[in-house]
Design a protein around this ligand. Structure first.
Ligand code: LLP
Length: 430
């Protein structure tokens, strides 16, 4: 559903706006967000998962405008920090449609979430249950919670491994019995209403069998709670993690297919277990915003470097880098890129797009063929940077974080402005 295309002259156009025009006005680096594409992906999830609640995971990317779009498209919102909650509330997001995550929420955060009327708090430790018990007792308010469980599935990019999964900070283990005990504790706590179990198995997952295994294990616990505690939990969340194509080798997730598969498994298991089907929810982040954004850079230097056996790698330095996209350095993520401002017939060269930070790992696109005449002043666009790029951007080397510019129907609007040196100096008290 992307609106991006290249004209005959090689100019990249997104949302009806030539990227070169955006750059002339707003400079680079810049994130360009295709509003129609974002909304279409949000809608696709909402429509495919019509029996589910779909929570957009704001950690992938959130700003006030995006929170509004999410609400307008009929999705709920997953936040995992006080900051994300603040942005959502500022956007006028209905707190009842917000889920609040985190493995280390403070008493103050819990107090605020309850006071704001957040629809569900996903609890992640015994201490948190006790803190929440205090908060509801103090305030006389009710908290609605889900219990984050470890389903025993560790999802990696292209596989899942059913071992070594217990050894991480999130959730209550199902196998150890901790999850059941957490549920019991909640049912014994006045003022805390138990909505259901929550499982999130990982991110950038392509193989739906991970979700299937997780759903089975979580439903087994769901049924045990119903049998042994006589508590019917009305809901269940199966988390996010649906993979997107970063390169042509990846197959993007198909929401409709996922919805059918997940719905079937749950229906089948519930029948087998003799329990009523809980209302399901999911939390996609990357699959909604990832493909909807690209980053545009200006080429600064081009340096051919001789490799072994006479090969050459062309290092193309751009005016951003690991401060606006840490994913290549941090996860060895694959990106591609394209020349965005002209057409070139020059024979392609093996290029590596690097940033301007002071370390060798500052790589944006590890391997890409670019026209051999790529030169200073050219624009390079990196697609698929919507998820976990702006949201994980830093001020490393006192870089100024780039703006997010929404484009739609030939119009551009700055959603998040570029940082200035005054912004940097504002927190430095001298
Ligand atoms: N729900 C929960 C509880 C999560 O922890 C996450 C992601 C999501 C939903 C959304 O997952 P998504 O659909 O976006 O895959 N920084 C990493 C990804 C970290 C994901 C953390 N949790 C990256 O850049 O790949």
């Amino acid at each position: 559903s992307s609106t991006a295309h290249k004209t005959e002259t090689g100019d990249l156009v997104v949302g009806g706006v030539p990227v070169a025009d955006l750059v002339a006005e707003h400079n680079t680096p810049a994130y360009v967000l295709d509003e129609a594409d974002f909304r279409a992906r949000a809608r696709a999830f909402r429509d495919a998962f019509s029996d589910f609640d779909v929570y957009y995971a704001g950690k992938a990317f959130l700003c006030t405008a995006v929170a509004r779009w999410v609400q307008e498209e009929g999705l709920c919102l997953d936040v995992c920090s006080a900051g994300e909650l603040t942005v959502a509330l500022r956007a006028g997001f209905d707190p009842a449609r917000i889920g609040y995550h985190g493995n280390n929420k403070s008493v103050a955060e819990l107090r605020r979430a309850v006071a704001e009327g957040v629809g569900r708090i996903i609890v992640d430790s015994v201490q948190e249950i006790d803190r929440l018990a205090m908060v509801v007792q103090d305030t006389g308010l009710t908290a609605r919670v889900m219990v984050r469980v470890t389903a025993g599935v560790e999802a990696h990019t292209h596989e899942y491994i059913a071992t070594a999964h217990e050894d991480q900070k999130f959730g209550f283990s199902i196998t150890s019995g901790d999850a059941f005990e957490a549920v019991r504790r909640i049912t014994e706590t006045p003022g805390i209403e138990l909505l259901g179990l929550h499982s999130h198995i990982g991110s950038q997952i392509f193989d739906s069998s991970g979700f299937e295994v997780a759903a089975r294990r979580v439903l087994a616990l769901h049924a045990r709670v119903s049998d042994e505690l006589a508590v019917t939990m009305p809901e269940m969340d199966l988390g996010g993690g649906f993979g997107i194509a970063y390169t042509t080798q990846d197959d993007p997730s198909d929401p409709a297919q996922l919805a059918t598969e997940m719905g079937k498994i749950v229906e089948h298991e519930c029948r087998a277990l003799g329990v009523a089907e809980p209302r399901l929810s999911i939390e996609p982040g990357r699959a909604i915003v990832g493909p909807a954004m690209c980053t545009v850079y200006t080429v600064g230097t081009v340096k051919p470097v001789a490799l072994d056996a006479g090969a050459v790698r062309t290092y193309v330095s751009v005016d951003g880098g690991m401060s606006d996209n840490i994913r290549t350095a941090l996860y060895d993520a694959d990106y591609s890129c394209t020349l965005a401002n002209r057409r070139s017939e020059a024979p392609p060269v093996l290029a590596r797009v690097v940033g301007k930070h002071c370390e060798a790992g500052d790589i944006v696109v590890r391997d890409e063929f670019l026209p051999g005449d790529v030169a200073p002043g050219d624009l390079v666009a990196v697609p698929g940077t919507g998820a976990y790029c702006r949201s994980m951007a830093s001020n490393y080397n006192h870089a100024l974080r780039p703006p997010v510019i929404a484009v739609r129907d030939g119009q551009a609007r700055v959603l998040v402005r570029r940082e200035t040196e005054d912004d940097l100096l504002a927190t430095d008290l001298g």
